[in-house]
Ligand binder design. Structure first.
Ligand code: 13P
Length: 256
C-alpha cells in the first residue's frame, strides 16, 4: 500500500531548547499512526542528536528523523558540509534533497542532486526529493516540462525497485513556498497526476501507483484535509506550519 507522509521541514529555525519543546509537544499530542503513515521531523543539524533521543524514547510508531541536506562524499575537505555517515550516526532515516532553497540559493544542480541520491541509496536512506517550478514557469504554463526535467536528470537512472524502495517525491511550487498562496487542489492534483503518469510511462503503472507524492507550499491545518484528499496527493512537506505544535497537529490529523 502507498505510504502517506507528513514531514515537517523546520529549515533554519529553532534553537535546541525550542526544538525540544516543539518535538515533545507534537509527539505527546499526536494520534497513533496507521501502519502505512509516517511523520518525519526534518530538524536543523544541531538538533539531530537530541531529537533522535526524543524519537527513540517515544512509544509511538512510524515517527522518523530527517535531515534537510547532505553531501554526496562520505568525508573530506568540504568545509561547512555534512556527510551521510554523520547523519546515520545520529539516527537520520530520511533526507530532503533538492529543496528549491538549496537549488536557488546554493546553486545545486540536477547532476549534483543525482550524486546525492546515489550516495543516500547506498546508505539505505529514504529520500524526500523536491521538485517544483518558479512563478515565471507557471505563468508560461510549462511547469510539467520543468518538473519532468528535474525528475529525469536526478532520478530516472534508478531501477524501479530502487526507486520504489527509497524515493518519495515532494512537489513544491516555488511560488507557493512561504507565501501564503497555496496551489489549488486542482493545480496540485493536476501536477501530481502528471508526475505519476510520467513514472508510469518511464517505469510501469504498477510502480507509479506505489510512489508517494507529497505536496508542499503554504500547506496548513485549514487546507491540508482538502489537499490530501486528492487522489494523487499522499501527504505534505510542511515549512512554516511545522514550527508550532498547534499548527502542525491538525496537518498530521489530516492524514487519517
Ligand atoms: P511553507 O509550508 O512555509 O510554505 O514551506 C514549504 C516548504 O518549503 C517545505 O519544504
Amino acid at each position: 500500500m502507498r505510504k502517506k507522509i507528513v514531514a515537517g521541514n523546520w529549515k533554519m529555525n529553532t534553537t535546541i531548547a525550542e526544538g525540544k519543546l516543539l518535538l515533545d509537544s507534537v509527539i505527546s499530542q499526536m494520534p497513533a499512526l496507521a501502519s502505512n503513515h509516517q511523520v518525519i521531523f526534518c530538524v536543523p543539524f544541531t538538533q539531530l542528536f537530541v531529537a533522535n533521543e526524543i524519537v527513540n524514547q517515544s512509544s509511538k510508531h512510524n515517527i522518523f528523523l530527517g535531515a534537510q541536506n547532505c553531501h554526496d562524499k562520505a568525508a573530506g575537505a568540504f568545509t561547512g558540509e555534512i556527510s551521510i555517515p554523520m547523519l546515520t550516526e545520529v539516527g537520520v532515516h530520511s533526507v530532503i534533497i533538492g529543496h528549491s532553497e538549496r537549488r536557488q540559493y546554493f546553486g545545486e544542480s540536477n547532476t549534483f542532486l543525482k550524486a546525492k541520491v546515489d550516495a543516500l541509496i547506498a546508505a539505505n536512506k529514504q529520500i524526500l526529493f523536491c521538485c517544483g517550478e518558479p512563478l515565471q514557469v507557471r505563468e508560461a504554463n510549462t511547469q510539467n516540462e520543468y518538473v519532468t526535467a528535474q525528475l529525469k536528470e536526478s532520478l530516472f537512472h534508478l531501477s524501479p525497485e530502487t526507486f520504489m524502495q527509497h524515493i518519495v517525491i515532494a512537489y513544491e511550487p516555488i511560488w507557493a513556498i512561504g507565501t501564503g498562496v497555496t496551489a489549488s487542489t486542482e493545480q496540485a492534483q493536476e501536477m501530481h497526476a502528471s508526475i505519476r503518469h510520467l513514472l508510469a510511462e518511464t517505469y510501469s503503472a504498477e510502480m507509479a501507483n506505489e510512489i508517494t507524492i507529497l505536496y508542499g507550499g503554504s500547506c496548513n491545518g485549514s487546507n491540508a484535509k482538502e489537499l490530501f484528499s486528492c487522489a494523487d496527493v499522499d501527504g505534505g512537506l510542511i515549512g512554516g506550519a511545522a514550527l508550532k505544535a498547534e499548527l502542525f497537529l491538525p496537518i498530521i490529523q489530516a492524514l487519517a
